[in-house]
Ligand binder design. Structure first.
Ligand code: MF3
Ligand code: CO
Ligand code: CO
Length: 248
């Protein structure tokens, strides 16, 4: 069942989303070459806790980090640990906040300069595909409009859309209905209504879309070992269109 959020819920979810976004602003300032992903995650933990919120990832189905930090061929759900962030890396940081029981979820890709032309183009196109997909969202638009827009944007550049992970409703829990695939056909699927809140979080691979999960049961990597990029926003469907709740 899809939850239509009331105005009082929206106010509280907006605050959580804003904190998630501010956490990524903070991450963008403190991330550095030579740091381990665990060190970055500890800074993120302190930031979220110092704003009277809880990192919702921590302990979620046993996940051991306050954020997911996924480097290069790691697509999503990278576990913070001893891996060192190097120059040239494509680093995805994904933060989910629980503020007073309301959830915000957002992710960005950080480029550790200098990076390859391919890394830069992949990251720019991934961001562009999310932004174009967000523009389709309004009452009466459909879930398939999002997927078709993202696919159209990235496949013409020779990149591919990951199928195994999707966007999702968010707000009262981290993951709610509906599922939001980042591939699909325009005009198909669920029709959006005012008060829905969901994420759009395309994972775009430089090579093939196939992913596999490592032995730690979390880390998702590209099967071909090529780069992957991701951005994520939480979107509210409003009477006249949409509002990006995780705006910086
Ligand atoms: N933030 C992720 C998402 O976008 C979920 C992370 S769950 C975790 O859906 F346990 F891996 F942290
Ligand atoms: Co999400
Ligand atoms: Co997320």
């Amino acid at each position: 069942m899809v939850i239509l959020k009331t105005n009082s819920m929206i106010k509280k979810i907006r605050l959580s989303c804003r904190l998630a976004s501010q956490t990524l602003d903070y991450a963008s300032q403190v991330i550095q070459v030579g740091q381990t992903t665990k060190e970055l995650d500890e800074l993120i933990y302190e930031f979220i806790c110092s704003h009277d919120a809880i990192p919702a990832s921590l302990g979620y189905n046993g996940f051991p980090g306050s954020s997911c930090i996924s480097i290069n061929e790691v697509v999503v759900h990278g576990i913070p640990g001893p891996r060192v962030i190097n120059a040239g890396d494509v680093v995805k940081v994904d933060v989910t906040t629980n503020l007073n029981g309301y959830f915000g979820d957002t992710a960005r890709t950080f480029l550790m300069e200098p990076v390859s032309d391919q890394a830069r183009k992949l990251t720019e196109i991934t961001k562009k595909s999310m932004d174009l997909a967000i523009q389709t969202v309004r009452p009466g638009s459909r879930v398939g409009d999002i997927g078709a827009t993202i696919q159209g944007c990235v496949e013409k550049e020779g990149f591919s859309v990951v199928r195994d992970f999707v966007g999702h409703g968010v707000g009262l829990r981290m993951h709610e209905h509906p599922a939001i695939p980042h591939y699909g056909k325009a005009g198909e699927g669920m029709i959006f209504k005012t008060g829905m809140i969901f994420t759009i979080e395309p994972m775009i691979n430089a090579g093939a879309f196939g992913v596999k999960i490592l032995g730690d049961k979390w880390t998702a990597v590209t099967i071909d070992g090529q780069l992957s990029a991701q951005f994520e926003h939480a979107i509210l469907v409003t009477e006249d269109g949409h509002e990006i709740l995780t705006i910086s």
